[in-house]
Design a protein around this ligand. Structure first.
Ligand code: PLP
Length: 964
């Protein structure tokens, strides 16, 4: 019973979110501070941060608000969105996410809190799900190989163009883009082509293609306006000219249509959105990318492949370009890092749940309804100009397009306004007979008899010629046939989820990735229809809730970063980098400095940095780091002097990828500005700065934030992500705009912007609610406390581990920032124990490894975040310390140099089926910390053979016989 002395305020407090989000309780915080010789959290600022970067201005952010208040506020916000029946099409279609998938995947932290599957042994569940996705894409597109998702259809098309450039032997500099591509695809491709210096010919590729000289051609199939045409001739002409053909295809139509592969296309791209993923006002959705087997080493993004483990069992892993950008830097095939794993997983499950037969019913119904609709509209005296279509028709309505669109909106239906004389209508899985009648009502006049669905249906003839229909079987692998009952489906999804280590099991101390809590209250809003039922091109008056969300979130981010404007369009950190650099290039161009094309990048930078710089048309010059891991000021001075006239930008990560607060940040920025360059800040490590430092006020001109790191959007097993960029006022006029939704950059002036970088105007709109809720519930004080706790946790780990593992880099007063790097190079020399061995041994202790060998070889980078409490951190440190003793035993000769717990890790249950011959006990193998018997994580596979996997690249589902 609370006593009468408890204040009314305290009694009224409903769950104080700050203490839900921040792991350590006040007592634990005091203990950790004491370990580090401090008594107050605030003292960390003086200890760890350079004085000249600390912000002293008060933030505008509100007081923290409770979880129930945020839920209420979100409800008010979403009620301002009006969800109409969407028949706009253009790459976004309403769909039904099966409830069993929504409940067991979308809303299950076992799936959404996982990380990109670098540690394959603890990621078999999502790797299998992604392999299923790839198999589905391969089947539907008729291609030989597919990757495990890209960011959206438009960026996938742009990636296809750059890949074509790498592979084509043509000397031409132009690409031909089908004028009937979705306008947002054309816009994104134009932006990319412009930055790389390609010419773009927008034309009708079905006539006169022969006259052009080009290295790539991109067509939409079916066309944006719905027409299905034979692609054979385009493919033949392209190949004759040594050009590559990319087909941007609609996945549901491919259930019925002759697939791109059958036309000899080289690349097929598109969106998997309508396979059960809500439109979400633009995203996130998984794009797909499929191509020929012989091009596999050039594919952007990740491909999941099949390998085997040391027991010879089938095991999945990311094939080939696992950390491609980190190795190939400015020669990387693309800058894609975070993709859309969670959404690809959902789309794959959708196909599994429906199977070939179910998908045929869905696609068949959509097509039949489209035909019935078209016939009815003709009967009403209007001219349907579509001949051969799947789900989209165009009606010619001279001078009346606007009127009909408005009348349809009165009936709560959104149509596509093509031009004053034409409207487009796209149907989807959710279309009903009632929708058809409602639409006919819009076009009807009393004089003409109202169409009758059954009568029209009885007289229908197919509108797609046999030659354009597919005749092969799809989705024949057993996985697409086994799980059609909800019971089996539920169990399959659970079986896969429990194979993985996600945040619902233990801490994931991945440096540079900020695997913090994704709170349930933050996640709630993505499940609401008023947020996820909107088409990205819905009229703005229907999306007032979203407009409010964007404005408020942008204000919050400006407040926290000190920037003047934000663009929410880039849908991953890599895309933010690319966009920010384009903005810088544009600025130089407009100010008469178009010759500036050098991008300085420290040697320690994340691999996406050089890859993005190249995509933005810049030339990368590497700046060395000194012995302490800081940017070498000597080398920087030399490089800026050498390139003074051509210096475009410096890309710098702060705090650095070495996990320390460099002292000279302001000095570095000044130097760049003195030489006419702009400072691009990679804000992936912003979790160390929130509430303490505002980069926009201390010298950065542009920064991207990874909302999926710092601001609580879950990683989804490798996406979604969002990488909005903040800029100073001088750069705001150049932030992205959009060809369909005009006016999204209010600062746009008389000059052009950088163009469009994502398919949707505000990128992955639906997940912004997560970050909004986080910031609102934490408030300025809570965010600052979170940052300090993140730094505290990292330094506490450094303190505890230092006697066992050398801490590679430290900053001022021996403090690290929000992460620390432990150096394991000595073990390799002393007893041939590698960082991989340590990473795999951690699995036996139930932990996901830290970041391995980035940014320095033979190291582990540990980032605990503020969400982990002291008990979990102590458990993790104890595991690493115990492993250190295990290494010592090998060093001392007390354990076998080859046959030891580290080399043999992780230990799987399979070992229990055989006679025990290992030179250590089962206890030591399976329960080394003596403390997890009731919740032991059993890795489903042993150490995976990477070399085998890369030599025998298999990216399709293995036949069942292989499992025996
Ligand atoms: C995560 C990260 C990126 C890339 O962000 P994505 O969202 O994965 O594209 C870039 N730089 C650094 C330092 C990062 O940690």
């Amino acid at each position: 019973m609370p006593t009468s002395r408890t204040s009314l305020n305290q009694l009224e407090m409903r769950g104080y979110f700050i203490h839900r989000h921040i792991g350590p309780n006040p007592k634990q915080i005091r203990e950790m501070l004491a370990e580090l010789g401090l008594s107050e959290l605030d003292e960390i600022i003086g200890q760890a941060l350079p004085a000249d970067i600390v912000n002293h201005e008060p933030l505008k952010l509100t007081e923290t608000i409770s979880e129930s208040a945020v839920t209420k506020h979100m409800r008010k916000m979403r009620e301002r969105n009006k969800v109409f029946t969407s028949m706009i099409g253009m790459g976004y279609y309403d769909t039904v996410m099966p409830a069993v998938i929504k409940r067991n995947v979308l809303e299950n932290p076992g799936w959404y809190t996982a990380y990109t599957p670098y540690q394959a042994e603890v990621s078999q569940g999502r790797l299998e799900a992604l392999l299923n996705f790839q198999q589905m894409i391969i089947d539907l597109t008729g291609m030989e190989l597919a990757n495990a998702s890209l960011l959206d259809e438009a960026t996938a098309a742009a990636e296809a163009i750059t890949m074509s450039r790498r592979l084509s032997h043509s000397t031409a500099n132009a690409i031909v883009v089908d004028q009937d591509c979705h306008p947002q695809t054309i816009a994104v491709v134009l932006t990319r082509a412009h930055s790389l210096g390609y010419d773009v010919i927008i034309a009708d590729p079905y006539s006169g293609l022969q006259q052009y000289d080009f290295f790539a051609v991109l067509v939409q199939y079916p066309g944006s306006k719905g027409e299905i045409k034979d692609l054979s001739e385009i493919a033949a002409i392209a190949h004759e000219k040594s050009a590559l053909l990319t087909v941007a295809a609609d996945l549901l139509s491919l259930v019925l249509l002759k697939p791109p592969g059958a036309f000899d296309a080289d690349i097929a791209v598109g969106s998997a959105q309508r396979f059960g993923v809500p439109m979400g006002y633009g995203g996130p959705h998984a794009a797909f990318f499929a191509t020929r087997d012989k091009y596999k080493r050039s594919v952007p993004g990740r491909i999941i492949g099949v390998s085997k483990d040391i027991h010879g069992q089938i095991a999945f892993r990311m094939a080939l370009q696992t950390r491609e950008q980190h190795i190939r830097r400015d020669k990387a095939t693309s800058n894609i890092c975070t993709a859309q794993v969670l959404l690809a997983v959902i789309a794959g499950f959708y196909a599994i749940y429906h199977g070939a037969e179910g998908l045929r019913l869905i696609a068949g119904r959509v097509h039949r309804y489209a035909q019935i609709l078209a016939t009815g509209i003709s009967q009403l005296g209007l001219e349907v100009i579509s001949h051969c279509y799947f789900d989209t028709i165009v009606v010619r309505v001279p001078n009346r397009a606007k009127r009909y669109v408005a009348q349809a909106a009165d009936a709560n239906i959104n149509l596509r306004f093509i031009d004053t004389d034409h409207i487009g209508i796209s149907l989807d899985e959710t279309t009903t007979r009632l929708n058809l009648r409602e639409l006919w009502q819009v076009f009807s006049t009393p004089a003409i008899e109202f169409p009758d669905i059954n009568r029209i249906n009885a007289a229908l003839e197919g509108c797609i010629p046999e030659s354009l229909l597919r005749s092969d079987n799809i989705l024949q692998h057993p996985v697409f046939e086994r799980y059609h009952s909800e019971t089996e489906m539920m169990r399959y999804m659970r079986r896969l989820a429990r194979r993985d280590i996600a945040l619902d099991r233990s801490m994931i101390p991945l440096g540079s990735c900020t695997m913090k809590l994704n709170a349930a209250t933050e996640m709630q809003s993505i499940s609401y229809h008023e947020f996820n039922g909107l088409h990205p091109f819905a009229p703005l008056y229907q999306t007032l809730g979203y407009q409010q969300l964007f404005t408020e979130l942008e204000d919050m981010l400006c407040d926290l970063t000190g920037f003047d404007a934000f663009s929410l369009q880039p849908n991953a950190g890599s895309q933010g980098e690319y966009t920010g650099l384009l903005v810088i290039r544009k600025y130089h161009e407009v100010t008469g400095q178009g010759q500036r094309n050098i991008c300085l990048i420290p040697a320690s930078a994340h691999g996406t940095n050089p890859a993005s710089a190249v995509m933005a048309g810049l030339k990368v010059v590497v700046v060395a780091c000194d012995a302490c891991g800081n940017v070498s000021l000597d080398d920087l001075q030399a490089k800026v002097a050498e390139h003074s006239n051509t210096l475009a930008a410096l890309m710098i990560t702060y705090p650095s990828t070495h996990g320390v607060f460099e002292q000279a940040f302001r000095e570095i920025c000044n130097l760049i500005h003195q030489h006419g360059g702009q400072v691009y800040l990679d804000g992936a490590n912003f979790n160390a700065l929130v509430g303490l430092c505002r980069p926009g006020k201390i010298g950065a001109d542009v920064a991207h934030l990874n909302l999926h790191k710092t601001f609580c959007i879950p990683h989804g097993g490798g996406g979604p992500g969002v990488g909005p960029i903040g800029v100073g006022a001088h750069l705001a006029p150049f932030l992205p705009d959009h060809p369909v939704v005009k006016g999204i950059n209010p600062a746009k002036g008389k000059h052009d912007t950088v163009g469009t970088v994502s398919a949707a105007p505000w990128g992955s709109a639906s997940i912004y609610a997560i970050s909004w809720a986080y910031i609102a519930m934490m408030g300025a004080a809570g965010l600052k406390q979170a940052t300090l706790t993140a730094i505290l946790n990292a330094n506490y780990i450094a303190k505890r581990l230092a006697p066992y593992y050398p801490i590679l880099y430290r900053g001022k007063n021996g403090w690290v920032a929000h992460e620390c790097i432990i150096d394991c190079s000595e073990f390799k020399k002393a007893c041939n124990i590698t960082v991989d061995d340590i990473a795999k041994r951690l699995i036996d202790y139930g932990f996901h490894a830290p970041t391995v060998a980035f940014p320095v070889a033979d190291t582990l980078m540990i980032e605990p975040t503020e969400s982990e409490d002291k008990a979990e951190i102590d458990r993790f440190c104890a595991a690493l310390i115990a492993i250190r003793q295990e290494i010592k035993a090998i060093e001392n000769g007390n354990a076998d140099a080859e046959n030891n717990v580290l080399h043999n890790a992780p230990h799987t249950h399979r070992l229990l089926l055989e006679e025990w011959t290992l030179p250590y006990s089962r206890q030591q193998a399976f329960f080394p910390d003596n403390d997890q018997h009731d919740d032991k994580y059993w890795p489903p596979v042993g150490r995976i053979d990477n070399v085998y996997g890369d030599r025998h690249v298999v990216c399709t589902c293995p036949p069942l016989s292989d499992y025996e």
